[in-house]
Write a protein that binds this ligand. Structure first.
Ligand code: ARG
Length: 264
């Protein structure tokens, strides 16, 4: 037994000497030990991404349970900028409820979060260059007597748990805010009049107006922009993501995808 421990210890040391193995450099300011974006990934060659597919047209599940949406197509474009043509990086999507993505990024369970994330300085993560402009708006039923933001006062308003919609709803005077983790549940509750209004991003609201007959209030509650997130400290990784986002935004694919998903 003792011998085995010794051998294992020796192997670990050799491993550390030869490859550096899993030991990550801690001081990124020291050029001798500076981490690269690849070092900042949980697994080499793989980019693990947290996502909550309950938010069309950013991301949702199609009839056969496959993910679709602007964010999915965007990542397929961004993927081209990671790794080489013969050794492309693999994307590993990890589906989770929206309110757990930030902590999963912070604890390194996933490398990035891509889920229509609003830039918000209260969120303790790194944000990429924005890839979309948005804002929070209220959806109501077509027969509702709520016509303006002012009419939302003292009403029962649904918002996704941990989303900026929750903040926006809480800023309405006297609002009874119901924070729920699934947007699909919020929409069903609005349909059945268990809620008076639901707050979501503008492109999401527009989709529900077109496909489900809801009405969107004109006035925007908060103006926002949308980014990809990474853990604090992973500066090289977010810099690499920024390079990719900038190239993507300058490419034809950007406008094509905005058109495809009705996000113009
Ligand atoms: N933009 C909002 C936020 O960042 C909501 C995003 C919700 N995304 C989702 N996939 N459910 O808080």
């Amino acid at each position: 037994m003792k011998k085995l421990v010794k051998i294992t210890a020796a192997m670990l040391m050799t491993c550390a000497l030869i490859t550096g193995c899993s030991s990550k450099p801690t001081d990124n300011n020291d050029p001798q030990t500076a981490a690269t974006w690849e070092d900042q990934l949980g697994k080499k060659g793989v980019i693990a991404i947290g996502i909550s597919p309950d938010y069309p047209p950013y991301e949702s599940l199609d009839a056969s349970g496959n993910m679709e949406g602007f964010d999915i197509d965007m990542v397929a474009e961004l993927q081209k900028y990671f790794g080489s043509e013969d050794a492309p990086y693999e994307i590993e999507w990890v589906q989770m409820s929206f309110d757990t993505i930030i902590s999963s990024v912070q604890t390194g369970q996933v490398d990035l979060g891509v889920a229509g994330f609003t830039y918000d300085p209260d969120r303790d993560v790194l944000f990429s260059e924005p890839y979309m402009e948005s804002g929070q708006v209220a959806l109501v039923n077509p027969d509702s007597d709520i016509k303006t933001v002012d009419d939302l006062k003292n009403k029962k308003i649904g918002a996704q748990l941990g989303a900026t919609a929750e903040k926006a709803a809480n800023s309405i005077e006297g609002a009874d805010v119901q924070a729920v983790s699934s947007v699909n549940v919020l929409i069903e509750s609005l349909k059945s009049n268990a809620l008076d209004a639901v707050v979501v991003d503008i492109p999401v609201a527009k989709g529900y107006v077109e496909n489900a007959g809801f009405v969107m209030l004109d006035e925007v509650l908060i103006d926002e922009s949308t980014s990809i997130i990474a853990a604090k400290g992973n500066d090289e990784l977010i810099a690499k993501v920024n390079e990719a986002v900038k190239a993507f935004k300058a490419s034809d694919a950007y406008n094509e995808l905005k058109e495809k998903w009705g996000m113009n």
